[in-house]
Structure formats: structure tokens, C-alpha cells
Ligand binder design. Structure first.
Ligand SMILES: Cc1cc2nc3c(=O)[nH]c(=O)nc-3n(C[C@H](O)[C@H](O)[C@H](O)COP(=O)(O)OP(=O)(O)OC[C@H]3O[C@@H](n4cnc5c(N)ncnc54)[C@H](O)[C@@H]3O)c2cc1C
Length: 576
């Protein structure tokens, strides 16, 4: 064959052209999930906004995130003003603020919370913005959602009146964004080791004012307007921790009493500043009872941010697959587009299966969080939501990690090049997502406690079983391996949950916990497909569900045969 560099370069232009210019209108599954979750009337009311934001995310936001992440454009610590006043500020490249305007103003990702039970809508918007990776603001958005919820649920009336309107505004320049500082150098998973202290110092805003002293080791969005942080008011362990709202500026406009030591040089999420901070008697206000701080943190903040994490990583996964799929359709090797090779079709099919199953699970969790906030959940569904949120956080970022690696592999050498595509940055951002809001081990240990101590596996499995019976013969047949995985898990739990050593028990739980998370995704995807009105499309996506179930829920992944090859080929040809 004659070598033709111009043709190869033209093919790369075609690759760029093939990628969607709107992440919403190109995503039939998201629209289907939103119709089912929001209801037809609410979906219709918001459809134009989703459409507009989908275009922003694929266009202006993506372009600004690329510029913001270039070497030299990262945030810089800027502790003092020109006149020698302490600011503890961060200097950002203008592209950082472009990203922020797109996310907060165009996206209304936080303003969405002005409506009650707005999680599904807000998280769908967040999913779209996460196609651009962390983009400097997606972690802060998750933190700000937590601040909004904690304030609304547990803040005094005066605290709410003072800060909630600023938190919920869609105007970027006026917004008050949030941060969550929990981790200290001696422990992130073991929060009970927190040593930062809080001492009472009078009354303000209808609650006790406190002085916060000590060092926090990981402080993302370090220049946030409102910090929600843990500090010790008494004793040992998590019981002695309070939760405090620490404003960046005091009421007289002076910077609160904290000092930023340095910004961390991170593997990912590099356009968002993460710092080490000393609190030197900083003013804070209790959010909720101070002897219940850890409980408030988990209920209002961490559970929300774990769901954000799940949605953020599935946004990353879809973007990676879109890049890889367009590349496979454009790149020619050995005389044909690489998309025609069954081995490449397998890669695309597996990426797609993981992304679609996880998205269905994430939106089902978001929908149930809305129902929880409306007081509609049964006790069993509340257990499903609690356990499912933890398992989904763990599995979503594990799936995304593999999806991005597979996408990088699809691009060959070009996949490894920072300036060629978004993929290297997505991988680096995803590594951070895997760590924060609870490592995989922490989530398994918590699931073990929830099962062994609170018997939550019983209602969790009951709801999962219910969701796995769709009444559609083809879907129920596709889910058979998932139901069998549930049976195996239930059998194993009898032994695991009575094991005297919780460490060994957690080890034995891990494979089942992973499969339970995947079973939740598979069941949610089947429920999603029930709402697909076009029978041809439903049959086509049944292939996608089958690939997910075969890979993640069977005891042994079946060896591929001609039928497998035909299925991968059909998925390769499936439009989004
Ligand atoms: C870029 C970045 C930004 C961050 N931003 C913030 C922030 O804004 N606010 C904040 O509070 N934190 C933040 N974190 C911290 C993050 O939440 C913690 O790193 C995480 O919770 C883990 O804590 P650790 O680093 O202390 O690890 P450790 O808790 O020391 O864990 C080390 C290892 O031991 C394992 N392990 C721990 N306990 C157990 C157990 N019981 N069983 C089995 N294995 C166990 C863990 O899974 C992990 O693999 C950030 C982290 C990063 C990387």
C-alpha cells in the first residue's frame, strides 16, 4: 500500500469532526433517564437549557479547560496584596473564570438547588460539565452542593439568611462557593483522629461562634468563600467532632484567621487549588448540634459528594468513549478503519457498556435522593440508597479508570500525548476522584459495618431483587447472571458477617461488594430500558446491557465466539 501522510492527517481532522458538538443532544440515554426521572412536564421545561448547556460543555467549556490546564496556567498562591495585606488568595488564569462562568452561570449547576428535590437535574447538569474533566470547578461544585444542603438542613435561620442566597445564585461573580476540609495529616479515612480544635467564643447568627485552631492537610478549592470543616469540641473519635461553617471573609471584610502554607502539586484536578492550611483561631459557626458533627457531615455532605463523584466519573467515562469511538471510525490501519477490527469493537463495546450501566445507576440514585428529600422512600429504599451510594462511588471510578485507559489504548501512541486529546487529563483527574470522598477500602469497610451492625444487606438485597424483575422477558433473561450474583453474595454474607475479624471479613466482602455495585447498575439500566419507547432501540441496547452483565456479573467471563463478535459489531454501529 502507498503511504499517504496527507490522508492520515485528513483522517485525524475527520476524527475531530466526528465528535459531538453537543453532549446533551447526542445522548439519547440521558434524555430518556431525565424524562423518566423528572417527569415529562419538568423535562420539557428544562430541555432547552440542557440543550444549550450540552453545547457549552462540548464547546466553550472544553476549550477553556484545555487552556486552564496547560503547564504554567495552574493556580498560584497569592497570599499578600500589593499593599501588604494578608489575602490568602489564589491567582487564577482567566480561563479558570471562563470555566466557572460556563459551569455556574450557563449550567446553573448550583442554582438548580433553589428548587426542592433538585438532585436529579443538578447531577445531570454536572454529568455534562464532567465531560470536560474536573475543569477547575467540578470538585468545588460538589462541595458547594454539600454546603447548600448542610446549611439548609442544619444551619440556624440567621446563617441561612446570611449565606444561602449567595450560595444559590447563578451569577458567577457574586456566587459564594464551598469547600469541605476534613482530612488531616494523621488521617483521611480515620476521621476520628482529627485533632483540629474548636472552642466557643460567644454567640452570632443565632448559634455559637467558635474559634478553630490546627492544621488541615488536604484543602481543595482553598480560596472558597465558605468552608465547611470538622473540628474537635471534645473527647476522642468521631463523636467529639463538630461541623463548622468558616467564612473566608469576616463581617468587616478582613480575611479570617487562617494561613495557607502551600498549594499541592497534584497528579490531576490541577486547575483547582488544593492546599495545606493552618487555622489560627479562625471564626466558625456550628452547623447542627456540635456533638453530631460527624453525623451531619456524612448525612448532608459526604453522601451528596459521593454521588457527585459517581456522576463525575461517568461523565469522564462517556467523554473518553466518545473520543475513542470517533477515533476508531476515522483511523485507518492495514487498509481499513480500525473500527472494523473485532478487537477494537470489543474495546468500544466494553467502554460503552460500563458508561451506560453506571449512568443509569447514578441517575436512579439521584432520583431516589430526590424522593428521600420529599419523604417518599420506604425504610428498605433508604437502605438501598445508603449502601448503593457507597458501592456506586467505588465502582464508578474503577470502571471509569479502565474506560479511560482503554480509550488511550484505542488512540495508540496519540493516546499518550497531552496535546492530542483530553484523555491523559481525564485519566489523571479520575485517579483523584478514586481517592477522595472515601477510598475503595473505606467504602468496603463501611459497607461491612452497615451489613454486620445494621443488617442493611437485607433491605438492600430486597430492593435490588425487586429492580431486577422487570416483567420484560428479554431484559429479565439478560439479568439472570446478575440475580445469580445476588444469590451468591447472600450465601457468602452468612459467613462473612459472622466472621470475628472485621478486617478479614471486609477482605472476603470485596468481590461481592464489587458485584453488588455492578448489579445495582445492571438493574438500573434494565429499568431505564423499560422506558425506551422504540423496540428496535431497546433490542439494540439489550446488547449493551448483556456485555456489561457478562463482563462483570458472571462467575467467569464467557469465552468470545461468533455471536459475541456480532454483538460487539452491532454496538460499534449503535448511534448515541
Ligand atoms: C487532590 C486531592 C484533593 C483532596 N481534597 C480534599 C479536601 O478538599 N478535603 C478533604 O477533607 N480531603 C481531601 N482530600 C483527601 C482525601 O479525602 C483523603 O486522601 C482520603 O480520604 C484518604 O485519606 P488518607 O490520604 O489519609 O489515606 P489513609 O486514610 O491513610 O489511607 C491509606 C490507605 O489505607 C487504606 N485504609 C485506610 N483505612 C483502612 C481500613 N479500615 N481498611 C482497609 N484499608 C484502609 C486506604 O484505603 C488507603 O489505600 C484530597 C485528596 C486528594 C488526593
Amino acid at each position: 500500500m502507498v503511504s499517504n501522510p496527507s490522508k492520515a492527517r485528513a483522517d485525524l481532522h475527520a476524527w475531530r469532526e466526528r465528535q459531538p458538538d453537543n453532549f446533551f443532544t447526542s445522548d439519547r440515554q440521558l434524555a430518556r433517564l431525565l424524562r423518566a426521572t423528572l417527569g415529562e412536564a419538568r423535562f420539557t421545561a428544562h430541555e432547552a437549557h440542557f440543550t444549550a448547556f450540552g453545547a457549552v460543555c462540548a464547546g466553550a467549556l472544553d476549550a477553556a479547560a484545555i487552556v486552564n490546564n496547560r503547564t504554567g496556567n495552574e493556580p498560584q498562591l497569592d497570599r499578600w496584596s500589593a499593599l501588604g495585606e494578608r489575602t490568602e488568595a489564589v491567582a487564577h488564569h482567566p480561563s479558570y473564570h471562563d470555566c466557572g462562568r460556563h459551569i455556574y452561570e450557563d449550567g446553573e449547576v448550583i442554582a438548580a438547588y433553589a428548587d426542592p428535590a433538585a438532585n436529579a437535574r443538578a447531577l445531570a447538569l454536572f454529568y455534562l460539565s464532567s465531560h470536560a474533566g474536573e475543569a477547575g470547578h467540578n470538585c468545588p461544585v460538589a462541595c458547594t452542593a454539600g454546603v447548600a444542603k448542610a446549611l439548609a438542613a442544619e444551619g440556624s435561620a440567621a446563617l441561612k439568611a446570611r449565606w444561602l442566597p449567595g450560595v444559590l445564585t447563578a451569577r458567577y461573580a457574586e456566587r459564594l462557593d464551598g469547600a469541605q476540609f476534613v482530612t488531616e495529616i494523621q488521617g483521611g479515612s480515620d476521621v476520628g483522629l482529627n485533632a483540629v480544635t474548636a472552642t466557643p467564643d460567644g454567640e452570632a447568627f443565632g448559634t455559637t461562634r467558635w474559634r478553630i485552631t490546627g492544621e488541615k492537610w488536604f484543602c481543595s478549592n482553598s480560596d472558597a468563600d465558605l468552608i465547611l470543616m470538622t473540628a474537635r469540641v471534645a473527647g476522642h473519635g468521631t463523636r467529639g467532632l463538630g461541623l463548622f461553617l468558616v467564612p473566608r471573609l469576616l463581617e468587616d471584610g478582613v480575611v479570617n484567621d487562617f494561613a495557607v502554607r502551600r498549594l499541592k502539586d497534584k497528579i490531576g484536578t490541577r486547575s483547582m487549588p488544593s492546599a495545606e492550611i493552618d487555622f489560627n483561631g479562625a471564626v466558625g459557626y456550628a452547623v447542627g448540634p456540635v456533638d453530631q458533627g460527624f453525623r451531619t457531615l456524612m448525612a448532608q455532605v459526604i453522601n451528596t459528594s459521593r454521588l457527585y463523584n459517581t456522576v463525575g466519573t461517568v461523565g469522564i467515562a462517556r467523554r473518553a468513549r466518545l473520543v475513542a469511538q470517533a477515533y476508531a471510525e476515522s483511523r485507518v490501519a492495514f487498509g481499513q478503519p480500525i473500527a472494523r477490527f473485532p478487537l477494537v469493537q470489543e474495546m468500544i463495546a466494553r467502554m460503552r457498556a460500563a458508561g451506560q450501566a453506571v449512568l443509569a445507576g447514578a441517575m436512579r440514585l439521584a432520583h431516589h435522593l430526590d424522593r428521600e428529600e420529599r419523604g417518599e422512600l420506604t425504610e428498605a429504599e433508604r437502605a438501598w440508597l445508603r449502601v448503593g451510594t457507597n458501592l456506586a462511588k467505588m465502582r464508578s471510578c474503577q470502571h471509569s479508570h479502565r474506560v479511560v485507559l482503554t480509550a488511550i489504548e484505542t488512540l495508540g501512541g496519540n493516546g499518550a500525548i497531552e496535546t492530542f486529546s483530553v484523555l491523559p487529563r481525564l485519566l489523571r483527574d479520575n485517579v483523584v476522584y478514586e481517592n477522595w470522598e472515601g477510598t475503595h477500602n473505606t467504602l468496603i469497610a463501611q459497607t461491612h459495618r452497615d451489613f454486620a451492625k445494621h443488617r442493611l444487606h437485607e433491605p438492600f438485597l430486597a430492593v435490588l431483587r425487586r429492580d431486577m424483575t422487570t416483567g420484560d422477558a428479554a431484559l429479565d433473561a439478560a439479568l439472570k447472571p446478575a440475580r445469580e450474583a445476588l444469590d451468591r453474595a447472600e450465601d457468602a454474607l452468612g459467613h462473612i458477617l459472622t466472621h470475628p475479624d472485621p478486617g478479614v471479613a471486609a477482605l472476603m466482602l470485596r468481590p461481592h461488594a464489587e458485584r453488588l455495585g455492578d448489579a445495582l447498575f445492571a438493574a438500573a439500566y434494565a429499568q431505564d430500558l423499560l422506558t425506551e419507547g422504540d423496540p428496535t432501540r431497546r433490542a439494540a441496547e439489550l446488547d449493551v446491557l448483556t456485555v456489561f452483565v457478562d463482563e462483570h456479573l458472571r462467575v467467569a467471563r464467557p469465552d468470545p465466539d461468533e455471536a459475541t463478535a456480532a454483538r460487539f459489531a452491532r454496538i460499534m454501529a449503535l448511534q448515541d
